[in-house]
Design a protein around this ligand. Sequence first.
Ligand code: GLV
Ligand code: MN
Ligand code: MN
Length: 428
Amino acid sequence: MTGSGNPPVGAGGSAQDARPSKGGSFHEMWRELYPIGRHPDSHGYRRYAWTGADLECRAWFKAQAEARGLVHEVDRNGNQWAWLGDPAAGDAVVTGSHLDSVPDGGAFDGPLGVVSSFAALDELRARGVEFTKPLAIVNFGDEEGARFGLACVGSRLTAGQLTVEGAHKLTDGDGISLPRAMEAAGYDPEAIGPDPERLSRIGAFVELHVEQGRALDLSGDSVGIASAIWPHGRWRFDFRGEANHAGTTRLVDRRDPMLSYAETVLAARREAELAGAVATFGKISVEPNGVNAIPSLVRGWLDSRAEDQASLDRVVTGIERAAREYAAAHGIDLDVVRESFTPVVEFDHALRDELARILGKDTDLKVPVLGTGAGHDAGILSGSIPTAMLFVRNPTGVSHSPAESATEDDCVAGVLALADVLEGLACA
Ligand code: GLV
Ligand code: MN
Ligand code: MN
């Protein structure tokens, strides 16, 4: 399926089956967004912060806002907002997600929440409801951290969880700093910083997201409510040895950091298994990166997450201890730097219960409440304002991959659930 054809909504559904009265605008938006940043060979998305694809997504967001008569604004940290009603009135209900992606990401992680937000607003207008509170749809910038290494930069800056100084230190793989990238994209990097006044005007933030696991598939439900996000972080391991000739250097004379790195990857798997946690080395850079050269530096990034802080500490401490032992055995210098960390998030109980009440009111079914190992802007904001999340079933659970999917019926169910929630929170 190419970006110019009729894109699938996901496994088991197609945009051609669109039902105009139920999530109809969803399909049109999905079709428009679908080709942006999609790589022709991998079919994965490469929508990295402040690149051309990201700017195209931002232009799409602005056009959607304006087409609905919403007031579009970009805040001091580059997040986009589309307002219905007076933003200054306070107690606003905000929904939305992000449009950027991981390298070769799927179509749903982020965009499903943004597209569903606009579609839910269309649904509410079709219902003829009266809004009693301001409503906003948001596109948070740089959620995945694919370019600058830190996730949720837009929401972290807004919530004061990333300092301006810290943001200035972020650089991409080509050495371009975040402020320079923002500037090149036409934004004023001098403006970045905490935005408590904006947050004080928000009464609730609800983020809809594709599920990144199989809990809903296993329970047989289209939509669920989030309970908590596991604590998680990213650590950089720098193994430094000595560059040398791959053909002439005797094995005993080598100081090859790749060996310690490889042993550390295996240790990460072992430690994670022991703690019932997860640990992943998914990104690596090697210097000088020549086939016939023993590396001088292997830099690997560890992503680790666990249900509770004590388990996460145990995993990361165990991996670091093992890495130091391997490095010492091979004459390798090792530096370990924690690049980011997000503590456990318990979503606001009152808001979560309110969502369950709204979604359960016309049915005897209990909406499943689930935890997740994935990070989200809603998790970052939960320290400042009441936040909640809705998950839409992912039939395979695959995420951060072009194979990520959701069926058309489930996407529509997500839109309707979000519309019900927004109606319950923002309407008379
Ligand atoms: C973001 O999707 C993350 O969980 O890393
Ligand atoms: Mn993601
Ligand atoms: Mn996401």
